[in-house]
Design a protein around this ligand. Structure first.
Ligand SMILES: [Zn+2]
Ligand SMILES: [Zn+2]
Length: 377
């Protein structure tokens, strides 16, 4: 991509330079010399949390991936607070994000492919007229039917100025700290939160584990999750993008997931999509097998381990075949049969048995991996 670079997007370059200078240079100088009022800290924190969660819960998991359905008051709140983040309208964001998922890592099609370099994936994709950065609204026909999305899209730029300059200025005037409020609640908060989001495209495709899929560069990274309201579990997310969760485990930091779950308890969200446990386990085991195969390719690996590997692989295939057979049987039985309590329980127990088998197999594979460690070293 460096051979003949397209022209700069001058407005974006001016914006990024200005906001980063104001946020990371002017704001700290002001804070150290004059100091920020308590109100400025409070407003900055509230906007930072509300706008960050709106990108995660709204822009990303609701509108880009349709991982749940939201009542209009929730959609309105997410569109409103998401506008504070200055990451373009929901329509534009989702159109680009869907392309990123479908063509991840493809330098010709992914808008922020990490294969075009860390800087490009982080911010460079927005600073030049790259062909891959063009917006295709055909990606979002469903969102064009959402009046709140279209309303936000039409009013986006005036709303951005009002929310990021007008609102902090007015609140600052009330608190007697106009400049401090603008520098902290707008400039610093915007610069900081934007880089955190950009880290998903750069760092979360570079640093971390690939436990669910090794087919793309997306990684699971707990540190990035801390900065992005749970979006750091990016390998899981790319493997199961229809799932409303990014952090699968209860101990993983995923406030986006917690907010969606809490909204469903009070009737603001419904139809939360979860990936079948078996599919997640199957993905984990496939990665295990890939890693083991690479280790066994080492000439010093004992032939007995290869036999063990083949046996495990065979068992894995059988389990997957059995699961597919139950799936087909359930489809054939139809919805009527599932109303019968015994049939429901029968299916559930058979699924559980297969899930347990995969769980035990993953323990054996972990042990096998450890056994192979000295040979691989
Ligand atoms: Zn996504
Ligand atoms: Zn990604």
């Amino acid at each position: 991509m460096s051979a003949s670079k397209p022209p700069l997007v001058v407005s974006n370059v001016i914006f990024f330079v200005t906001i980063n200078l104001l946020g990371f240079v002017a704001a700290p100088i002001y804070g150290l010399t004059v100091g920020f009022s308590g109100w400025a800290w409070l407003v900055a924190a509230v906007i930072w949390i509300a706008s960050g969660l709106s990108i995660t819960v709204g822009y990303h998991r609701l509108w880009s991936h349709r991982t749940f359905r939201a009542a209009w008051p929730l959609r309105l709140a997410l569109a409103f607070f998401g506008t504070f983040s200055l990451q373009n309208s929901i329509l534009v964001w989702a159109a680009r994000h869907r392309v990123h998922h479908r063509h991840v890592d493809d330098v010709e099609r992914d808008p922020h492919s990490i294969k075009s370099g860390f800087w490009h994936a982080h911010i460079g994709w927005m600073t030049r007229h790259w062909k891959t950065s063009e917006i295709n609204f055909d990606e979002v026909p469903d969102l064009k039917k959402d009046p709140i999305v279209m309303w936000q899209h039409r009013l986006y730029w005036p709303a951005v100025w009002v929310l990021n300059l007008g609102v902090p200025a007015a609140l600052g005037w009330l608190a007697g700290d106009v400049l401090g409020m603008i520098l902290l609640a707008s400039a610093f908060r915007l610069a900081f939160s934007q880089h955190c989001t950009f880290f998903i495209n750069s760092l979360a495709h570079t640093w971390g584990k690939r436990g669910y899929s090794q087919d793309n560069t997306a990684r699971d990274n707990g540190v990035i999750a801390l900065l992005t309201w749970g979006e750091g579990y990016h390998n899981f997310h790319h493997a199961f993008q229809a799932d409303y969760r990014n952090g699968l485990r209860w101990w993983q930091f995923d406030p986006g997931k917690w907010v969606i779950a809490a909204c469903s308890w009070v009737g603001l969200a419904r139809d939360l999509k979860r990936t079948a446990r078996f599919k997640i386990q199957r993905a984990r085991l496939q990665v295990y097998f890939q890693e083991l195969e690479a280790r066994l390719a080492c000439p010093s690996a004992a032939p007995t381990w290869r036999e063990v590997f083949e046996r495990e692989m065979q068992q894995f295939r059988e389990t997957v075949n059995q699961w597919q057979a139950i799936q087909a049987e359930r489809m054939q039985a139809g919805a009527d049969a599932l109303r019968d309590r015994w049939r429901r329980t029968d299916f559930r127990t058979r699924y559980k048995e297969l899930e347990f088998r995969l769980k035990m197999q993953s323990r054996r594979l972990a042990a096998l991996q450890r056994s192979l460690q000295p040979q691989a070293a």
